[in-house]
Write a protein that binds this ligand. Structure first.
Ligand SMILES: [Zn+2]
Ligand SMILES: [Zn+2]
Length: 391
């Protein structure tokens, strides 16, 4: 099969679309302008049925192939982050304090480009493509409510593909990880209740700041002493809040953290150990521990057979030397819910380019991508769909 071509006009349109979404970021479940824009852009495409308002702001665009066959789900996410953009380019965010700093603007643009390219060739498709535009990936999570709203049925979905623009890989490369590829993600809050008092008379108080310091230190042993050195895990306390003034013993302290893992075994161990350590350290110092621990997203687990298919498709686009067995990421992603429902592959589209000064991590206030990644990503998505539905 000849290499898939992306017409120059469509490639330019995808860049413009990405910039338009970039200019107008919206937070999870508030993607109203975004959803309207997606619906407008997809209106009137032959063979495409668009349904809006799924799980609040989500959309499904169903492309009916010309021949019978399975239905493949392809997913893009839509939301921005509560970050104030520090870039100065002319498509910088026009909403103060909100920014597309993860690349979801690029995901939507590539997916719309892929839809246009595939719609023009839908006669060749032996089966259907169900394109998902999912809200609230950055939280509280739009994949699960979309699945609960029935997106895996009518027609029944057989397999899924998802993708993420990836500044950990150079532009031109595609990263694929078989098995667990993004982490099981927990969040927790530990509220330590001591006994406030005068800073000069600590013996009459229970100092929640000192207790918090011991809890934070002791939690460092969960990964270093409880998790097997052959496993992967993270426990991070990202926020500490306590105290009012230099001479007041803080009555309470609040710690917020996240825990990450890949295996079910470690996924169970982390909440057990975090809770036991926090509870018993507090008890040892005479403080009370109020613990709230919850799982946000399960691990993203790629199906080996689907990975091999996407790998072969990606090789056709970027060449064998540019498809990389990517390292798993400790980041979380709610693509996991789709991949729990059906076998699938979530892959990374390289977007960094240090030569152009594009080398900052995701969620950075100066996050930027090499826009050449958009054409690469679009072509890989289209190639993967064509190959999957080749009959
Ligand atoms: Zn993100
Ligand atoms: Zn993201």
């Amino acid at each position: 099969m000849p290499t898939l071509e992306l017409p120059a006009a469509l490639a330019a349109e995808i860049v413009e679309l990405r910039r338009d979404f970039h200019r107008h970021p919206e937070l999870g479940f508030q993607e109203e302008r975004t959803a309207r824009r997606v619906a407008e852009l997809l209106a009137g495409i032959d063979g495409l049925t668009v349904t809006s308002g799924i799980a609040k702001t989500g959309l499904v665009a169903l492309l009916a192939g010309g021949k019978p066959g399975p239905t493949l789900l392809v997913r893009a996410d839509m939301d921005g982050l509560p970050i104030h953009e520090l870039n100065q380019h002319d498509y910088r965010s026009c909403h103060d304090g909100v920014m597309h700093a993860c690349g979801h603007d690029a995901h939507m643009a590539m997916q719309i480009g892929a839809i246009k390219l595939l719609a023009a060739r839908r006669g060749e498709l032996a089966g259907n493509v169900k394109f998902i535009f999912q809200p609230a990936e950055e939280g509280p999570g739009g994949a699960k409510p979309m699945i609960e709203a029935g997106v895996m049925e009518n027609p029944h979905v057989e397999a899924a593909i998802g993708f993420h623009i990836w500044n950990n890989l150079p532009v031109g490369q595609i990263g694929i990880t078989e098995g667990p590829c993004m982490a099981n993600t927990d969040v927790f809050e530990i509220r330590i209740e001591g006994k406030g008092g005068h800073g000069a008379m600590p013996h009459l108080s229970v100092d929640s700041v000192v207790v918090a310091a011991h809890v934070i230190t002791a939690l460092q042993t969960v990964v270093s002493r409880n998790v097997s050195p052959l496993e992967r895990a993270v426990v991070t306390i990202g926020k500490v809040e306590a105290g009012d003034r230099h001479n007041i013993i803080a009555h309470t302290a609040r710690l917020n953290g996240t825990a990450r893992s890949f295996s079910d075994e470690v996924g169970q161990l982390l909440p057990e150990r975090v809770t036991a350590i926090a509870t018993h350290v507090c008890e040892a110092f005479g403080a009370k521990c109020h613990m709230h621990y919850s799982n946000v997203y399960p691990a993203v687990v790629n199906d080996a057979a689907m990975c091999r298919r996407v790998w072969a498709s990606a090789e056709k686009v970027v060449g064998a030397q540019n498809v990389i067995a990517a390292q798993p990421s400790m980041g979380g992603e709610d693509m996991s819910f789709f991949l729990q429902a059906v076998p699938g592959c979530f892959f990374f589209i390289g977007s960094k380019n240090p030569a152009k000064g594009i080398d900052v991590p995701h969620h950075h206030p100066e996050f930027e991508i090499d826009e050449d990644s958009l054409a690469v990503g679009t072509r890989v998505i289209v190639q993967a769909v064509l190959d999957y539905l080749a009959g």
